[in-house]
Design a protein around this ligand. Structure first.
Ligand code: S3P
Length: 441
């Protein structure tokens, strides 16, 4: 299946396959890896992180915390050892902190750095510098933070003047774990309770991890609070596999008949597992995902998928989106193999991800002759449809690249995905693993 194209180095040609077969592990969870480094750095003592994701986004967070004076060692045993400096032990960075492509790095750091006694500056790559930052600047300002962005405070680079912060109750207009986490991290430095309310529950890794480090965290269905000033005791963190990475392989196995794939140690936090529910609603044959979730620890399990000839279309609405926000690209591709019309609504947030993912999907799938309708906040995808081969682009976005690679597995002819370096953001060995599980036609 996936062979590197000779003419354009960062392109990959994906050939149609017979099926997928294998017993695999996917990379560690990106969201949890970021938080292990950020929160671990604030602990009072040694924090050992096992199964940390060594991909560009999380390495940006690791380097950022090193530049703030936190000793972090990538040991030969594979564990990351952080000598936590406590809430007040960070040092001023020598230069601008580069968050690369990582929105999580930038937005969470904004919350953390706003509360320091020194100033700092955050920047990112050409994609990150186009993503909205006022969603974090606004609540942090209400807490007393001194931050300034570019272009009317909408964009990075962000200048931060550390200042004493006060706790707030913030009613967030969007369900965003990055916004929520930035406020909760700032809240660690405040006197009293800082609360974030959201319209739908976003991923809760920050809340779970802060609780593990001994912070007073209160959670309701649509709110999360921390009480400061906090003191973080050391803890050990083991990161489960990333369901958002697993989703590409799970979807591919579900829609290619004859496939049998076991994905081991997948994170199954219920604020992240909307994709599994969607596969089930589509009639996919899937087992092992029904693990208990106590809301405190990060649950994981081994998920088995058997391919089926046809799935059923689904309707995905605004309340479903936060639990599968990063899986919409692969759900759109999966919908091409489903009977009926799949409707995805309330997904306007996809327009401000690493690229405009709704537009990228519509353009790429149209280029392969698929019928797909792009709406301001979603997609309409009739099915089943056949795809012709052709060339598609990642638009610099890892999840667009991987979703289109899966399209190539069942198209009538090879699909060339251009500009694939971006998979290093979350899943550096994606094409290698895809080759390993692919059975040729
Ligand atoms: C993330 C939250 C989500 C998600 C992103 C990672 C996180 O973003 O899309 O890939 O780790 O907090 P939003 O908070 O902007 O929805």
């Amino acid at each position: 299946m996936a062979t590197p194209a000779t003419s354009v180095p960062p392109s990959v040609v994906v050939h149609p396959v017979h099926s997928l077969q294998g017993d695999i592990e996917v990379p560690p969870d990106k969201s949890i890896s970021h938080r292990a480094i950020l929160i671990g750095s604030l602990a009072e003592g040694r924090v050992v992180v096992s199964n940390f994701l060594r991909a560009d986004d999380c390495l940006a967070t690791l380097n950022a915390m090193r530049s703030l004076g936190v000793p972090i060692e990538d040991t030969e045993s594979g564990q990351i050892v952080i000598e936590g400096v406590g809430l007040y032990g960070l040092e001023p960075p020598m230069s601008t902190i580069d968050c690369g492509n990582s929105g999580t790095t930038m937005r969470l750091l904004m919350g953390l750095l706003a509360a320091q006694k020194f100033s700092s500056r955050l920047t990112g790559d050409q994609y990150l510098r186009k993503r909205p930052m006022e969603r974090v600047i606004k609540p942090l300002r209400q807490m007393g933070a001194q931050l300034r962005g570019q272009d009317g405070d909408r964009l990075a680079p962000i200048e931060i003047e550390g200042a004493p912060l006060k706790s707030i109750v913030y009613d967030s207009p969007i369900a965003s774990a990055q916004v929520k986490s930035a406020i909760l991290l700032a809240g660690l430095y405040c006197d009293g309770k800082t609360t974030v309310k959201e319209p739908y529950k976003s991923r809760d890794h920050t809340e779970r991890m802060l609780h593990k480090f001994g912070v007073t965290v209160e959670v309701t269905e649509l709110s999360a609070s921390v009480t400061g000033p906090a003191q973080l005791k050391p803890a050990e963190i083991t990161v489960p596999g990333d369901i958002s990475s697993a989703a590409f392989l799970m979807a591919a196995a579900a829609i290619i008949p004859g496939s049998e794939l076991l994905v081991r140690n997948v994170g199954l936090n219920r604020t992240r597992s909307g994709f599994i529910d969607v596969l089930k609603r589509m009639g996919a044959e899937l087992s092992g995902a029904d693990v208990a979730d106590d809301g405190l620890n990060e649950p994981s399990g081994d998920v088995f998928i058997r391919g089926k000839e046809r799935l059923k279309a689904v309707h995905i609405g605004a309340s479903d989106i936060p639990r599968l926000i990063d899986e919409v690209p692969i759900i759109a591709v999966t919908a091409l193999r489903a009977e009926g019309t799949t409707v995805i609504e309330g997904a306007g947030e996809l327009r401000v991800k690493e690229t405009d993912r709704l537009s990228a999907l519509a353009r790429n799938l149209s280029a392969l002759d698929a019928r797909i309708e792009e709406k301001p906040d979603g997609l309409i995808i009739p099915g089943p449809q056949r795809l012709r081969g052709g060339a598609v682009d990642s638009f610099g976005d890892h999840r667009t690249a991987m979703a289109m690679a899966v399209a190539g597995l069942f198209a009538d002819a090879p699909v060339t995905v251009t500009d694939t370096d971006c998979v290093a953001t979350s899943f550096p060995d994606f094409f290698k693993l895809l080759r390993e599980v692919s059975v040729e036609r």
